[in-house]
Design a protein around this ligand. Structure first.
Ligand code: AMP
Ligand code: ZN
Length: 463
């Protein structure tokens, strides 16, 4: 079945054709490790993971690379301001290496909790300094660079298609917005190599043909992705904020250096927003981390499920009420599946029509809301045996990553007062007093338990 993906380059859904049959080179712009990743950042990795899982589900062999930005990401996109990692090290009184290791480790803990599969390789920017210097040297040789007092810059005037992915028109670019040009020739020019400030002692700096300094943030991704995946590769992902600066810059550097197309498919996730529809960001503060959600009684898979209920290209409005709704729906699904594991319903042994519908949904540019609907109707379908429903749900989970295989029955500790209400409800049901049974069900729910009736008697679980 064909897999369609929305390509930002063309703004269209396209049939995915890998460069090498059966294989995919996939690069995801990774975290800048100077602080905890918030749940907005995590949306970007849940999306990349769902994409990677969908490629796997289609039988493709995925070489997934995610970078770790541990140097060069400045507080301003306009090539000035502080290096985020150096600033955090100063503030926390630690070394840059301690900072990046600590926040990387925290990030990995979150990814594991969210069932995000590890990439084949994490590429750390500081481990690819040689490749980045080589790339700048190539660009210099080909006449794409110029030097200012603070670094080596890429001249965006030299190649006419600069910014095509962002649909940028050079003349009108950021009209009305004041940009501090410094010594830049064009507003869109960007630093490839920055010189260390002589008045400041940096922890992370390297010698280069142009002077001691550190790489620009954009060159990191071009150098590392091409080193690991080749000069042209299949798919590159990132958050939608990268469409306007970071990704046009990555494309410009790579294509100017190699003369080849850099990436065939660019996929971008939309933002997690607050209730006012604004992007949630580290700088605005007031954001949750995954652990903070856990402290409030949410499981990591509640957040993953919440994400999957909306297509990755649509803005996702975050509120605890919205997360509650996802949690309730997921708990219901969990209960259904755990109950199925305890039953042995007879029925059809194959679920081909569901398999087809599911594959069609995920292959339609990751239509995860529809895929979840298919999963829910599969689990409800009484014409299928319980074993078939479980086996097929677990198969779907290879693409969804909800951890269904781990949803096993657990012994629920029921407090005596709740047990009392359950017993009263059974009596009411036996005497066909269904109104009273419903009232008792509500009282049980108020105490945090859900009761469901089965042939073997009432089943009780935590709500
Ligand atoms: P950073 O660590 O800031 O470099 O960001 C890591 C990833 O998170 C990037 O791909 C960003 O585009 C993405 N990102 C940042 N904020 C949000 C948000 N509110 N919603 C979705 N993705 C985001
Ligand atoms: Zn990047």
């Amino acid at each position: 079945m064909t897999l369609k993906l929305h390509n930002t380059l063309t703004r269209k859904k396209e049939t995915f054709k890998p460069l090498r049959p059966g294989q995919v080179g996939l690069y995801t712009c990774g975290p800048t490790v100077y602080w905890f990743q918030h749940i907005g950042n995590l949306r970007a990795y849940i999306f990349a993971d769902t994409l990677r899982r969908t490629l796997d589900y289609n039988g493709l062999k995925v070489n997934h690379i995610i970078n770790v930005t541990d140097v060069g990401h400045l507080t301003s996109d306009a090539d000035h301001g502080e290096d985020k990692v150096e600033a955090a090290a100063k503030k926390e009184g630690k070394t840059a290496a301690e900072i990046t290791k600590f926040y990387y480790d925290q990030f990995i803990i979150d990814l594991k909790k969210l069932n995000i599969l590890p990439p084949k390789k994490w590429t750390w920017a500081t481990k690819y300094i040689k490749e980045q210097i080589e790339l700048v040297k190539t660009l210099e040789k080909k006449g794409y660079t110029y030097q200012t007092s603070d670094g080596i810059y890429y001249d965006t005037d030299k190649k006419k298609d600069y910014g095509a992915i962002a649909l940028l028109k050079k003349e009108g670019l950021q009209a009305g917005k004041r940009i501090d040009m410094g010594e830049k020739k064009n507003k869109t020019d960007f630093a490839l190599w920055k010189f260390s400030n002589p008045d400041e002692q940096r922890q992370q700096e390297w010698p280069s043909p142009w002077g001691v300094g550190f790489p620009g943030w954009h060159i990191e991704c071009s150098a590392m992705s091409m080193k690991e995946l080749g000069e042209t590769f299949d798919i590159h992902t990132g958050g939608e904020d990268h469409i306007h600066v970071h990704h046009p810059n990555e494309i410009a550097q790579a294509e100017a250096a190699t003369g080849k197309k850099f990436v065939n498919y660019w996929l971008h996730n939309s933002f997690l927003t607050n209730q006012q529809g604004e992007k949630v960001s580290k700088s605005k503060g007031g954001l949750y981390t995954l652990s903070e959600l856990e402290d409030q009684g949410y499981a990591p898979e509640d957040y993953r499920y919440f994400n999957l209920l909306t297509n990755y290209r649509k803005p996702l409005q975050f509120s605890l009420e919205n997360l509650d709704a996802a949690q309730t729906a997921l708990n219901k699904l969990k209960r259904k599946i755990t109950n199925l594991r305890q039953e042995d319903f007879p029925g059809k042994a194959e679920a081909k029509s569901y398999e087809t519908k599911f594959l069609k949904a995920v292959n339609d540019d990751l239509n995860t809301p529809l895929a979840i609907e298919v999963l829910n109707s599969l689990v409800e379908d009484q014409s299928l045996s319980s074993a078939t429903r479980i086996k097929t749900a677990e198969q779907f989970d290879e693409a969804l990553g909800l951890g269904i295989a781990d949803w096993k029955p657990t012994k629920t500790e029921i407090p005596p007062e709740v047990q009392d209400l359950i017993d009263q409800r059974e009596l009411a049901r036996k005497s066909k007093d269904f109104a009273q049974a419903d009232i008792l069900r509500c009282l049980i729910k108020e105490r945090g338990f859900v009761v469901e009736d089965s042939e073997q008697g009432p089943k009780v679980e935590k709500a």
